[in-house]
Write a protein that binds this ligand. Structure first.
Ligand SMILES: [Zn+2]
Length: 485
């Protein structure tokens, strides 16, 4: 038995504070690495999960296992989600909790303690929104996943779930990479639902931050006619694609395009502390997106690097190896502020035919609409004719996340953002149809994470009680604690 270090003592103190019932309304659980275990703990109990065999049942240390329920199909259908909004830990579900936490804590930049927010937690003072994601819980983690077109054998709504790390192997396999070359990825190609066509085109669509149940329900109700058009020629997974933890943007864009979790790609949050340089890494920001490849762990490949033939990557930071990339153009423009320095070049959203004008008074909605208008224009330019089309195309849509944050996933503004995205998709589908390319194309539509509505009365924070208890820490992205610094 080795003597506890100062850091061990500080961590115990921090865990005591965070698992106190007085913070249970905002702390769903904490997670931390301890030897070969990941420990999950909250005011109701604690359990250890094996880092080397994370799919094995947890060993309960006391009380109740905070990740007892792991059904990936929990709260599927919109009605079931709305009947129990932001449920407490005992009724919530944490799919693949062991695998996802083990991946995070394998990363060099993993925190000493990861705090999982409750679904209800509202933290506007630290940049939180009415609609949030980031948690380990199923609603914040669940992205939609829809497959459509030439290579899709599945039909209708299928009651299964996949993972965001499955997106890259699925796209690479569809675009011609042999399965045997993809075995090093954490994710797996969705072989049961697809039959790749060697002569076809493959398009990945990422609508950032869409609530999966909501997207499917709006498509069924006729509100998203172009998503419905895709679904009429394919299938959707009711359980969607479960994001890696934390269920935030740049972690999961990277997972979707590399097929590996944060433990291997190294981008552990939208902001995190890099002990190697003793400084913050701010990854998910308009001023830094173009620098994505600098943060990627060595030896990790993107889907573009695994596929032969021309490829295109539109409005997406995770772009290494793409024949065309928006962010390469931004890097080549040489502005240190990247996309954040290029507002003068963006079109006026008031003049964009696919923007819901009533939300343009919101700065974020206006900016995201401009960016997405440029996204559509790039897609049309990249596909001048069937003979000049990229084999693999990835098209990232930003506005959907903006709308979900602004009002929560079931708000009018979130729905408007999805309708705008759907209208832009429709323009592109019509374009493919006119050139005779639609029949030869396979689509994968997903998000990088889900979205859940906060309870605006559920306020609270841990920084003050931790400081009062003498814990020395830095808190990155509101929940990643690095101790002793
Ligand atoms: Zn996102």
């Amino acid at each position: 038995m080795t003597a506890p270090t100062d850091l061990d003592v500080m961590r115990e103190r921090a865990i005591d504070v965070l698992c106190d019932p007085s913070l249970a309304h905002v702390v769903d659980m904490v997670a931390y690495a301890e030897g070969d275990s990941i420990v999950v703990a909250n005011s109701g109990g604690a359990a250890s999960l094996s880092r080397s065999a994370p799919d094995q049942p947890a060993d309960v240390r006391h009380g109740r296992n905070p990740v007892e329920l792991q059904d990936p199909l929990a709260f599927t259908t919109l009605a079931e989600e709305l009947a129990d909004r932001s449920p407490p830990n005992e009724r919530n579900s944490y799919p693949w909790a062991g695998e996802r936490l083990a991946s995070l804590f394998a990363a060099a930049a993993a925190p000493d303690i990861a705090i999982v927010h409750t679904g209800k937690h509202f933290w506007p003072a630290k940049g939180g929104h009415v609609g949030e994601h980031g948690s380990l819980n199923v609603v914040q983690s669940r992205a939609p996943l829809l497959l459509s077109g030439a290579a899709v054998s599945g039909r209708g709504m299928i009651p299964v779930a996949a993972r965001v790390v499955d997106v890259a192997p699925t796209l690479a396999w569809l675009a011609g990479a042999p399965l045997a070359t993809l075995g090093d990825m954490d994710g797996q190609a969705l072989v049961d639902l697809l039959v790749p066509r060697p002569d076809g085109f493959v398009i990945g669509l990422l609508w950032d931050g869409c609530n999966s149940n909501s997207l499917y329900a709006l498509a069924a109700a006729g509100e998203l006619p172009n998503v419905a058009r895709l679904l009429s020629r394919g299938c959707a997974l009711t359980g969607g694609a479960i994001a890696e933890f934390p269920s935030v943007t740049l972690v999961n864009h990277t997972c979707a395009l590399t097929g590996v979790g944060p433990g291997r790609h190294g981008i552990v949050n939208n902001a995190y502390f890099d002990r190697a340089i003793a400084a913050q890494r701010l990854t998910n920001d308009a001023r830094t997106w173009h620098r994505w490849a600098e943060w990627l762990a060595p030896g990790v490949s993107t889907v573009f690097e695994r596929v032969d033939g021309p490829s295109a990557c539109v409005n997406e930071p995770a772009d290494s190896g793409a024949s065309y990339s928006t962010f390469r153009l931004i890097r080549e423009a040489g502005n240190s502020g990247g996309a954040g320095d290029m507002d003068d070049l963006l079109p006026n959203p008031h003049e964009d035919a696919h923007t819901t004008k009533e939300y343009l008074s919101r700065k974020d909605y206006a900016w995201s609409s401009s960016v997405d208008a440029v996204g559509l224009q790039q897609m049309l330019d990249l596909w001048p004719s069937k003979s000049e089309a990229p084999k693999l195309t990835w098209w990232n849509t930003l506005l959907t996340d903006t709308g979900h944050h602004a009002g929560g996933p079931h708000s009018a503004v979130a729905h408007a953002a999805m309708r705008d995205a759907d209208a832009r998709l429709g323009v592109f589908l019509d374009h493919l149809d006119r050139m005779g390319a639609l029949e030869a194309t396979t689509f994968l539509l997903t998000s990088d994470h889900g979205s859940e509505g906060a309870d605006t009365d559920c306020l609270g924070d841990w920084d003050e009680p931790l400081t009062e208890a003498g814990v020395q820490f830095r808190d990155e992205a509101n929940g990643f604690l690095y101790l002793g610094c």
